[in-house]
Write a protein that binds this ligand. Structure first.
Ligand SMILES: O=C(O)CCC(=O)C(=O)O
Ligand SMILES: [Fe+2]
Length: 400
């Protein structure tokens, strides 16, 4: 992708999901009768999963799931204002050190003081809450089309046997503006949705870019390699908006809001739209660790693409969402990626040459990679992660 060249609309044949029931609608019609529930929720039940703390109704309860240890289980916090703007270089360096260890050791961190105006965040949250509260028929005005990935519906359902996630989602390409399919953006209800999304999207892409610049410095990349990192990781953006209805008490710990997965993108910035009800958990040292929503923060996480570009120095981390017995929950993930016409995802030369390392991941065209992602189910860490296995033949799909 050359600078200044107008982007073409994304390919329309990226794959799609099998149609599934609307979970918000299903939850609204559920009667608290155990026999009936088992039938209605059959495809959502996870006999193989122990969902701890899912029935907790408050942030405190979720945090309490990790009481035996201490703050070493809370996700690190990075202050972006301090990182970029503090007049004292030592302070900036100290914050950059925090970002480095967050990337190397956690793969997840909360970003505070990020400069996204509170009114931009609040308007986005309000419009999203309003959207999900609309009657089903109105939401279906922006429903996913058969074979498409954008719109209101579900993603990653590839078989009738698959266990389903207890959530609905609304997915849109947001950056560059040429990627937008405005037919799938509400125009009149909520009437401010498009405007809120435009403003929020620009701000969040700026936060991703700021973070990546410091990450490039932390990795010791040249300005050339930094540019490549930014093009591969923050040239495009899509939003996945998630709605998790409350689930009857007797079943809330038997379903999952979102299956364990790592994000198949460069860098994710997640907004916990609902801050009063926890749900996000990350896998760390074999345990599921809840991430308590910090009001106003964005939660950043390293995606599979950054893992590939850094040749495994920064690793993506598995996470999932659990549901509450008493509260609905809304979240919004901003995914940052390359543009579709960028050539390929693969380890950056500089990330290998420095340590004289071999590439540990295959190089794959961006479009093939995205198609692979959308045609699979969410199932832990995979895609490029799979190619880390040294026993796999390292056959580049395309050379570059
Ligand atoms: O709802 C959450 O907290 C997690 C959402 C998420 O992981 C995703 O949309 O990829
Ligand atoms: Fe995710």
């Amino acid at each position: 992708m050359e600078d200044g060249v107008a982007a073409k609309a994304p390919p329309r044949n990226l794959g799609g999901s099998l149609p599934v029931p609307n979970v918000q609608d299903l939850a609204a019609r559920i009667i608290d009768d155990d026999d009936q529930l088992i039938t209605v929720l059959d495809r959502y039940l996870r006999p193989d999963v122990v969902v701890s703390s899912s029935s907790s109704s408050s942030v405190e309860d979720a945090a309490a799931a990790i009481t035996d240890d201490d703050s070493s289980w809370s996700v690190p916090v990075v202050d972006l204002g301090r990182l970029l703007l503090d007049p004292d270089e030592l302070v900036r360096k100290e914050e950059a050190g925090k970002l480095r260890s967050a990337c190397e050791d956690w793969g997840f961190f909360q970003v505070v003081n990020h400069g996204v105006p509170a009114k931009v965040m609040d308007a986005m949250k309000d419009d999203l809450n309003r959207f999900f509260k609309l009657p089903l028929q109105e939401k279906l005005a922006v429903a996913q089309e058969a074979g498409g990935v954008e719109g209101y519906g579900q993603a990653f359902v590839v078989s009738e046997e698959q266990r389903l996630d207890y959530s609905d989602m609304y997915f849109l390409f947001t950056q560059p503006p040429e990627y937008r399919n405005l037919n799938l953006w509400p125009s009149s209800n909520p009437s401010t949705f498009r405007d809120s999304m435009e403003r929020y999207s620009v701000e969040v892409q700026r936060v991703a870019t700021d973070l990546l610049r410091v990450m490039a410095k932390n990795l010791g990349l040249s300005s050339e390699a930094e540019k490549r990192l930014l093009t591969r990781v923050a040239a495009a953006q899509s939003m996945r908006m998630n709605y998790y209805p409350a689930c009857p008490e007797s079943h809330a710990d038997k379903v999952l809001g979102l299956s364990p997965h790592s994000d198949a993108v460069g860098l994710t910035l997640l907004l916990q739209v609902t801050t009063t009800s926890p749900g996000l958990q990350i896998r760390r040292q074999g345990r599921w660790v809840p991430v308590a929503p910090l009001p106003g923060a964005l939660i950043a996480n390293v995606g599979d693409v950054v893992e590939v570009l850094t040749n495994g120095k920064y690793k993506s981390v598995e996470h999932r969402a659990v549901v509450s017995a008493s509260h609905e929950r809304v979240s919004m993930a901003a995914f940052h990626t390359a543009r579709f016409d960028d050539d390929a995802y693969g380890p950056l030369q500089e990330m290998m040459l420095d340590g004289g390392e071999q590439p540990r991941y295959r190089t794959m065209s961006v479009e093939d990679y995205v198609k692979l992602v959308f045609s699979s189910k969410l199932d832990g860490k995979k895609h490029h992660g799979r190619h880390e296995d040294q026993s796999l033949p390292l056959t580049p799909l395309i050379n570059h």
